[in-house]
Every structure is written in structure tokens, then in C-alpha cells.
Design a protein around this ligand. Sequence first.
Ligand code: CMC
Length: 430
Amino acid sequence: MQPNNAQITVQGKTIELPIRKGTIGPDIIDIASLYKKTGTFTYDPGFTSTASCESRITYIDGNQGILLYCGYPIDDLAEHGDFLETCYLLLFGSLPNRANKKEFDHLVQQHHMVDEQFSRFFQGFRRDSHPMAVMVACLGAMSAFYHDSIDITDPQQRNIASIRLIAKIPTLAAMAYKYSISQPFIYPLNTLHYTENFLRMCFAVPCETYSINPIIARAIDRIFILHADHEQNASTSTVRLAGSSGANPFACIAAGVACLWGPAHGGANEACLKMLEEIGSVQRIPEFINRAKNKKDPFRLMGFGHRVYKNYDPRAKIMQKTCHEVLKELDLKDDPLLKIAVELEDIALHDEYFIEKKLYPNVDFYSGITLKALGFPTSMFTVLFALARSVGWVAQWKEMIEDPAQKIGRPRQLYTGPSKRNYIQIQKRP
Ligand code: CMC
């Protein structure tokens, strides 16, 4: 056997498959030739043992609780950088120097405004529509509004579509919020920093001056950095799969937003806050812990557990710190939900069930409390996640499109339905 090969025997036939090494992380057995050589497929529902692509963007070590964007630890980026710096890093693979940063910030700022027809597009929605439903529609509609940047074979159009997505999603997210509360849309102000601009578009009203609290703006910026990318999660894989057919980037990101909405993914922060409200008091925590442990009860502790992290989610630590900072700044240190969260976390971290299954708090555990304190309704939580993740989706989509080896994603299946049978005309069926 060749060194660096894996050997597999299928129905008496032994073949060798190459083992590929990444920069860090587990080796990969390249099974691309398996079907050709043996006539068999692999079966891995939920992709628990399958790498779907090669990527240079994000690395996660779930056992050690490490998250790197292009090699840089998430803690450093969240502590010292800003969201647009992270966007630049994810898109171009290196940190910008001062001139690059200035130019990039300016470029994004120039694209915040959306086509004026969007304000009429919004009028078609009920005011009580879930803002994630509105976001899915708005992202899909972007391909109609920005038709001049959907030719994916043109690198310039790909770049402009990427910048448009990163710049306009905050505007659309703020519009979705304003529409839901029947307030006038606030136009972006290009002199403001990305996050300040977003806060102003969400919370300013035309009849009052709006002043930005720098601690709050910093907290939101950090939340955006934490959510910017997370390698091949469900929504990113959705974006890649949609993009593999050659679909335009706006349509692909719309697919990503739709996937993110699910409660097992981006919807978890909303679900977590609802759970904390349902628990209602510290005394009721044991009841809910017992429910989470009961196999017959579908209830799960929201904000706990992760497919990849079998240790404390590194984003959760930063989120926890940010949450405390925000509540202190807003004089909400005694928030009853925070008390329940702190106690719940402590009890779960010392419970045999959670220890044995390696269930730790994830990023969503504290983000809901923080976003609520900042004044966002629960229905907006996943929208903020989508806003931040849009850069990760765009970076991963671009990486895939620019890979010369890229081909349409087309998984196979284990068919367990009926084998061929004869069609019986309806008159003759029993
Ligand atoms: N509460 C109670 N038990 C749990 C939980 C939980 N939150 N999460 C997993 N388990 C149990 C599960 O019942 C299973 O037990 P058993 O082995 O006895 O059948 C075991 O732990 C493994 O769970 P799994 O569902 O096979 O693990 P998974 O990797 O498929 O699921 C997850 C990961 C995140 C969907 C899951 O942990 C979960 O539903 N958590 C709550 C929702 C949540 O907080 N999601 C946000 C994820 S972080 C944000 C993001 O990146 O999108």
C-alpha cells in the first residue's frame, strides 16, 4: 500500500484511496473515485464524517473550542478589530493595511442605499410578517433589482455583487424591522461606521436626533464578528450547493437565509430567549433540566450543544462577556432572564448528562439576552445573525465559484422505496 493511502475492502475487492492533509485538523480520505472503483456509495446522513469541500477560510477545532478566521483566533479579531476588517479578511484572506481598510470601508459605505423601489416592495408584506420571511424575499428580490451584477462568470460582477450584499443587507434588515413596527424607513448615513449606521437605521426616528452609544455599537460589532463565518454549517452548505448550479449570488444567499431560520441553526437564539422566558424563575430550572434529559420529551435546552464543538463554544465566552458589558451599560444587571441564564448554565455544566454528552453553551445562549437588552424584538434575532453571516456566505460562495475544479453538488442516496412495479389503471385498482 502507498504511504498516505487508506485501504478499503468492498465485497472482496480491495482498493486504495488517497489520504489528504489539511494545514491543521483531521486528515481526509478522498473517496471521489470510490463509486467508479467499487460501484458503492458512502452513507453519511447529516454529514457527520464528510468534508464537502476544500476551503481556506475558517477552521474549527471542536474538541479544543478553537475558531480561526483565515488563521486568526476569533478572540483577537473580536477584541481588537471591527466587523469590516473581518469582512475584508474573509473575502481576501489577509488582514487589510490601513489604506486597504479605508478604501474597503468607503466602498461598502457607498453601497448601503437600496433601490428606492424596495420601499414599495415592502408594502406587499403584512406588518406582522416574520422579518426572516421578509429577508428571504428581499434577498431573492435583489437579483431582480441588481440585474447588472448576476453574471457569475464576470469577476467584476462577482465583486460588486459581494459588496452589494454586505452593504445592503443591514439596510434591508433595518427596513424589515421598521416596517414591522410601522415606522418610516431611515436612509443610511454614509459618514457613519457600519454598525453605527445599522443601529441608526433601526432605532432613529425622523422627528428626533439619535445619538449612538459607543459601548452598544461596539457590542453589536462584536456580535457581528462572532457570527461572520463558521465553515461548512447548514446555511453555508446551502449557499454552496445552490451556487454550485451556477445560480446568482443573491439567489444563493436567499437560500442561506432560509436555511438559517431553522431553530436548530440561526433560530436558536430566539428559541433560547423564549425558553428562558418560559422557565420564568430560577426555582423552575431543575424541571426544565429534567425535561431536557428525558428521552420521551422532545424538549432540548436551547443554546446548548453543537455539532462541532464538544467543548465550550469560543464564541459563547465572548458573547457572555459582551452580554454582561451591555447589561451593565444599560443598568440591567438585575435582569431576571440573565439570572436564569447564569444559573441554568451553571447547573447544566455540572450535570452528568450534559458532561457526558459534551453539551456546552453555544453562541446563542447569551446572544438573545444581549439583543433583547439592546432593544431588538426576538423576531429580529435571526435577522441579525443573517446580516453578520452574509459575509461568510459571500466569501464561501466566491471561493467555490473561483475554484477551477468546482462542479455541481449532487449527493446520491440509499434507495429504500419499492422496486419496479407495474402500473395499474385507476379503474382496475382495488
Ligand atoms: N439539550 C438536551 N440534549 C441535547 C441537546 C440539548 N440542547 N443537544 C443535544 N442533546 C443530546 C441529544 O438528545 C443526543 O442524545 P442521545 O445521544 O442520547 O440521542 C445527543 O445529545 C447528541 O445530539 P444530536 O442531536 O445527535 O447532536 P447534533 O450534532 O445532531 O445536534 C444541535 C447539534 C446544535 C442541533 C443540538 O445540540 C441542538 O439541538 N441544540 C439546541 C439548539 C441550538 O442551540 N442550536 C444552536 C447551534 S449554535 C448556532 C449555529 O451554529 O447555528
